[in-house]
Design a protein around this ligand. Structure first.
Ligand SMILES: Cc1cc2nc3c(=O)[nH]c(=O)nc-3n(C[C@H](O)[C@H](O)[C@H](O)COP(=O)(O)OP(=O)(O)OC[C@H]3O[C@@H](n4cnc5c(N)ncnc54)[C@H](O)[C@@H]3O)c2cc1C
Length: 466
């Protein structure tokens, strides 16, 4: 007799496992199927967590090496890369095991294996020994995430031609690394290896990095990364990448039509990710995909079939862990008969480089396109006492507010702890706050958050410290 569930979630990433926990909290008999052998998905295993661990460790290495200029002499600082990798792996293991514990605690049945549709109400699970189990389900949530894409005709060997997965576990610091693609993943991984000693070059097709980000922030970001030693080759189209004896040869064509040849030890191709629907057998049940091969859903995350839903990277929207999690909660509530909802206007995006970059809501470019009149408030961390006190004062806060109503429409930050500071603006935006509401909220002194308050004051040209 096959196991019967009220809900089955395929995929144990931040979308899937959070959804499964919420379903169980709401009283549904729930199962979660994950093929990777450990829970947490891309994010915990080969994404957010290992990258943040390496960003932090490489930043500490870089800082300690440079402490003598601040009067702290600690002698020769050496890198032990294999120990650093072990420390990163330990963080990943603790967190993935933690998710397994959470599933157990919430009485979610965890199936290890590949899930595929046998019918609308039956899921086949195949484990790594090819044992097959069929489970019955009333509802299914597809949360199978995404995988990295390469350039046409170029395959990842994960040694010399790597995706982010390979870039997270190199066993040697490459002398020279080329990052193809100036998006956040490429820049984060480029920063890691640059701080550990690689000469890092970024090749980007567009004339700016981090596409979609407020242009003023993106150009400040590039300036700062250049100062840190990363070299940029903008408006270059990669034509060829091939491994050669000593490393990798890359040829590009620039906007003038000139051919350029590069050589490096390792190339990281970071040009995006694609939805992962491989092996789900969606055709069999007739689940529709959109033009980008993402699972097509309505606002309630329902596919064209009544009892099949989808969330996270496998559907439209920004490929971010917190977006997947929020969708996981919302869809679980919808399945349980509640009114789950995600506000896509307030999903923050953070780049965890040094300094951090964070944004929420509309950019200036979007407001112009939408013909919305707006006011700008800006405040530099150079005038923030906490930032100056610890000599970490690069960047600024920029708040965009509606010209008439003063309602906050967006905020874009580059600077210390920007990824934490953005949460304050997220709450303000959720409550429909004005820039004046932020400006009149008492912020502790001395904190970086005072730069947010001052930027809000500056919307009405009344910042005190600039
Ligand atoms: C290097 C890197 C850094 C990142 N950093 C950040 C960050 O700092 N912040 C952030 O918000 N986002 C970050 N992301 C993006 C983030 O990881 C994803 O947006 C997020 O993991 C998406 O969650 P998900 O649950 O939709 O899918 P995933 O996390 O991809 O999980 C899907 C899971 O489904 C499993 N699966 C697939 N098919 C099947 C099947 N048929 N049966 C069973 N299981 C299956 C997969 O093995 C996978 O574990 C990063 C990504 C990368 C690559």
């Amino acid at each position: 007799m096959a196991d019967k569930f009220q809900a089955v979630v395929i995929g144990g990433g931040p979308g899937g496992y959070v959804c499964a926990i919420r379903l169980a909290q709401l009283g549904l008999k729930t199962a979660c199927i994950e093929s990777r052998g450990s829970l947490g998905g891309t994010c915990l295993n080969i994404g957010c967590i290992p990258s943040k661990s390496l960003l932090n460790l490489s930043e500490e290495f870089h800082k300690v090496k440079n402490l003598s200029s601040k009067g702290i002499e600690i002698g020769e600082v050496k890198l032990n890369l294999s120990k650093m990798m072990k420390s990163k792996d330990k963080a990943v293991t603790i967190l993935t095991k933690g998710v397994e514990f959470l599933l157990k605690k919430n009485k979610v049945t965890y199936f290890k294996g590949i899930g595929s549709f046998k019918s609308k109400n039956e899921i086949l699970v195949k484990d790594d020994k090819d044992n097959e189990t069929i489970i019955q389900t009333d509802n299914t949530v597809i949360a199978t995430g995404s995988v990295p894409v390469s350039l046409p005709g170029i395959e990842f060997d994960e040694k010399k031609i790597v995706s982010s997965t390979g870039a997270l576990k190199l066993n040697k610091v490459p002398k020279k690394m080329i990052v193809v693609g100036g998006g956040y993943i490429g820049l984060e991984m480029g920063s890691v290896w640059s701080r550990l000693g690689s000469e890092v070059h970024v090749i980007e097709f567009l004339d700016h990095i981090t596409p979609g980000m407020d242009k003023e922030i993106s150009s400040e970001f590039m300036k700062i990364l250049k100062k840190q030693g990363i070299k940029f080759h903008m408006e270059h189209k990669v034509e060829k990448i091939k491994t050669v004896n000593k490393g990798v040869a890359i040829s590009t064509v620039d906007k003038m039509g000139n051919r350029n040849d590069f050589q490096c030890d390792v190339v990281l191709i970071s040009v995006g990710r694609k939805p992962n629907t491989n092996g789900l057998n969606l055709e069999k049940v007739g689940v529709e995909l959109d033009e980008k091969k993402r699972v097509k859903t309505n606002k309630k995350f329902k596919t064209n079939l009544n009892n099949i839903y989808a969330i996270g990277d496998v559907i439209a929207g920004p490929m971010l862990a917190h977006k997947a999690e929020d969708e996981g909660i919302a869809v679980a509530e919808n399945i349980a008969g509640q009114s789950g909802h995600v506000n896509y206007d307030t999903i923050p995006g953070v780049v965890y480089t040094t300094p951090e970059v964070a944004s929420i809501g509309k950019t200036e470019e979007q407001l112009k396109d939408l013909k919305i009149n707006y006011k700008i408030g800006k405040f530099s961390f150079m005038a923030n006492s906490r930032a100056k006190a610890i000599d970490d004062a690069e960047g600024f806060v920029k708040i965009l507010a509606d010209e008439k109503t003063d309602r906050v429409l967006g905020a874009h930050l580059i600077g210390p702890h920007a990824g934490e500071l953005i949460a304050e603006i997220g709450i303000a935006m959720e409550f429909g706050a004005s820039s004046e509401d932020i400006a009149r909220t008492c912020h502790a002194h001395p904190t970086f958050s005072e730069a947010v308050k001052e930027a809000a004051l500056s919307v009405d040209k009344r910042a005190i410290h600039s």
